[in-house]
Design a protein around this ligand. Structure first.
Ligand code: SAM
Length: 657
């Protein structure tokens, strides 16, 4: 993630940093000592009453959240340990063997197994995790279950959403406080069982009654704006209506419910399924009523494809709608918008004024397409992939524009910055975990987008078996450790475009095409954000085949810059500027850093207008001092970053008349 400004930097107190490290290390030690040991029996009554009390306290805001850490001079911030990554379950439920609570072993991933559970207490909702007590179906055994970070779906806490769940390949471990717990990291490892079990129907009339009941219940839930409930009812209705006994006698019933669910899917941003549902609802009949229903379905499919950025499919759906409902205003308006998006995609010609005027705090996202036409992805020696210019591009001209895959703005509910302590390198980092959660939600809702994110660079690659798996029969599979690692290496800060942003709620985004751009301290691109559209222009003329670079960190101090590049992006920069600065040696760099610091405080304090001669001379002396730290030959043609602030002050200073 691009560095935040000093004002937005979070400093943990030393004691707090030490406490976090000690807690994580002690937990890891205990876990390895207990690994493989049999689980101990838990008393149901006291476990449930403990959870009930904690839930009440958390709801009233009265309980201390064990995940909150104190920061210097600021409010507490969530602190999350990033443990040893492990892959999500990639096996379908029907191929997993049921297990019992009594089979659980400490610090073990129970591969090949599933655990059917019922929630037995209210849910304790904390900033970065939710937990509850769960029981087996016979209510003989009780255990703690916690869901970490990615714990909400469609605005609802997953553990609260119902009572029955199935855990795929349960992970039994310890909390940071040393208490045994079942732990869900990957949301796809928890199957939410909403609704009744549907048996095979033999009587067509009874089946029709049942399917219609589900459909009506779905309609009522929609009226009450309970979208997850409406989705669950329609899903059950479809299950019944698709059974042979009914689909052969009344195929239109399934189509009706598919059409309704397509609408719910649109509202829930489950766009892939909105399209498949809308297509499944098509009657292809010629009577007026059927044509009107199909027209509605095409509209739903077209809107979903538009939101997915699949403008060609979207155009096809809206044109199909227009054939059935000639002159339809909404379809016509969409087709006009699609033309603009396709023009942007193909030629990079944007109506920047319209884009800017369409933005506000309430509508912070652009309606724009990504333009990549001047660039291509290629291997960059020692840097993985990189982006290269496919033609000569004059200075100032558009190189590419990338519409964000996902942005979380500081003023949005999802915005959450946390301190993460990564056990892999024992480093504490500031991490926009709210962005990671939003990316995970978007992928779980739209599995067609999973490869677009998962092909990005990130430390954890998954295992040979899990790599590339995007779904099982139970739904999409998302490796949250991989998303977290991809986000850490690829996300950008997008600036405070809609008002204040603080340390705890920085605006951040993932741009899946611009993510291929490597770093250089002498960048050849200039970046600008228009809402969630990242616009990159040539900072100087680019030649065909040249690699394009951004500066991830612009700190003029070599040592601070290298430290940030190593901590956040995991590499040592070896660009020409870094080579020159490295050769300077520690003493010269130290002297320069002191002078630059002095120059920065001078620039901050001294007014340029009406500056006294004495003040001007001090500025000149400072500039000369900094200049002298750069050896002439070695810095020939290289930027002297330390000089930039004071030189700009001098250029614009107006001496007293
Ligand atoms: C945003 S990604 C850039 C694209 C990436 N190279 C890829 O293969 O997808 C950032 C990662 O690229 C690598 N990288 C970027 N600039 C680099 C540089 N100047 N030297 C070495 N590695 C670099 C680092 O691994 C960094 O974490």
């Amino acid at each position: 993630m691009a560095s935040q400004s000093q004002a937005n930097t979070i400093f943990l107190t030393e004691q707090e940093a030490e406490r976090i490290q000690t807690t994580v290390k002690e937990r890891a030690k205990k876990c390895s000592e207990l690994a493989g040991q049999t689980r101990e029996f838990r008393d149901a009554k006291s476990a449930i009453s403990q959870a009930t009390g904690a839930s009440l306290m958390a709801d009233m805001g009265g309980a201390p959240d064990p995940d909150m850490a104190d920061t210097q001079g600021q409010k507490a911030i969530p602190t999350i340990a990033v443990g040893q990554p492990y892959p999500p379950c990639i096996v379908s439920l029907q191929n997993l063997e049921p297990m019992k609570f009594t089979d659980l072993k400490m610090e073990t991933h129970h591969r090949g197994k599933k655990l059917i559970i019922r929630r037995a207490s209210p849910v304790v909702t904390l900033a970065a995790r939710s937990w509850t007590m769960v029981q087996d179906e016979e209510e003989k055994e009780t255990e703690r279950l916690e869901m970490c970070l990615h714990k909400a779906r469609n605005g609802e806490d997953v553990l609260e959403s119902t009572r029955k769940f199935i855990i795929k390949e349960p992970y039994f471990t310890l909390t940071d406080q040393g208490e045994p717990t079942l732990r869900i990291d990957h949301p796809s490892d928890l199957v939410v069982c909403r609704g009744e079990e549907i048996s095979d129907q033999v009587d067509a009339t009874k089946a029709e009654k049942l399917a219609t009941r589900f459909k009506n219940k779905g309609n009522s839930a929609l009226k009450e704006q309970d979208l997850p409930e409406a989705y669950a009812e329609y899903t059950q209705g479809i299950e019944v209506a698709q059974q042979d006994v009914l689909s052969s006698s009344n195929p239109d019933l399934a189509r009706d419910i598919f059409r309704n669910r397509a609408y719910i899917n649109l509202l829930l941003n489950q766009l892939d399924e909105a399209i498949t549902d809308a297509k499944a609802s098509l009657t292809q009949k010629e009577d007026e009523r059927s044509k009107s229903l199909d027209s509605k379905a095409y509209f739903r499919a077209g809107s979903a494809a538009y939101q997915l950025g699949d403008y060609a499919s979207s155009r096809f759906f809206f044109e199909s709608q227009l054939e059935l409902s000639p002159g339809d205003k909404d379809a016509t308006s969409y087709i006009r918008k699609i033309k603009s998006r396709l023009r942007e995609q193909e030629t990079g010609s944007y109506d920047y004024i319209k884009l800017r005027t369409g933005l506000s705090k309430a509508h912070p996202r652009t309606d724009a397409a990504t333009f990549i036409g001047n660039t291509e992805v290629k291997n960059s020696p020692n840097r993985g992939n990189g982006l290269y210019a496919t033609r000569a591009i004059p200075s100032g001209e558009l190189v590419l524009a990338d519409k964000a895959f996902c942005v979380v703005w500081s003023h949005e509910l999802e915005a959450m910055t946390a301190m993460t302590y990564d056990v892999r390198d024992s480093r504490i980092r500031v991490s926009p975990v709210g962005l990671a959660s939003s990316i995970v939600q978007k992928l779980l809702s739209n599995p067609s987008l999973i490869p677009r994110v998962m092909d990005k660079y990130g430390d954890w690659q998954g295992t040979d078996e899990s790599k590339g798996v995007v779904s099982t029969n139970d739904g999409p599979v998302v490796d949250v450790f991989r998303v977290q690692d991809i986000m850490s290496r690829n996300a950008f800060g997008v600036g405070a475009q809609y008002g204040e942003e603080g340390a705890r709620n920085a605006s951040t985004g993932l741009f899946t095409y611009a993510a291929y751009i490597n770093h250089s301290c002498i960048p050849n691109l200039k970046r600008e954000f228009i809402g969630d559209l990242l616009v990159l222009r040539a900072l100087r003329p680019l030649v065909e085949g040249e690699e394009i670079f951004l500066a991830y960190d612009e700190n003029p101090d070599y040592d601070a810059r290298q430290a940030a590049l190593m901590t956040t992006w995991g590499f040592e920069c070896q660009c020409k500027l870094c080579e020159a600065e490295k050769t300077d040696g520690v003493d010269v760099r130290k002297k320069r850093a002191e002078l630059v610091k002095e120059a920065e405080s001078f620039v901050e304090k001294e007014h340029r207008a009406g500056a006294k001669r004495l003040v001007l001379r001090r500025a000149q002396r400072l500039a000369k001092g900094i200049e002298e730290t750069y050896e002439k030959d070695r810095y020939d043609g290289l930027p002297k970053r330390g000089l930039e602030g004071i030189t700009s002050w001098l250029e614009r200073a107006k001496p007293r008349a």
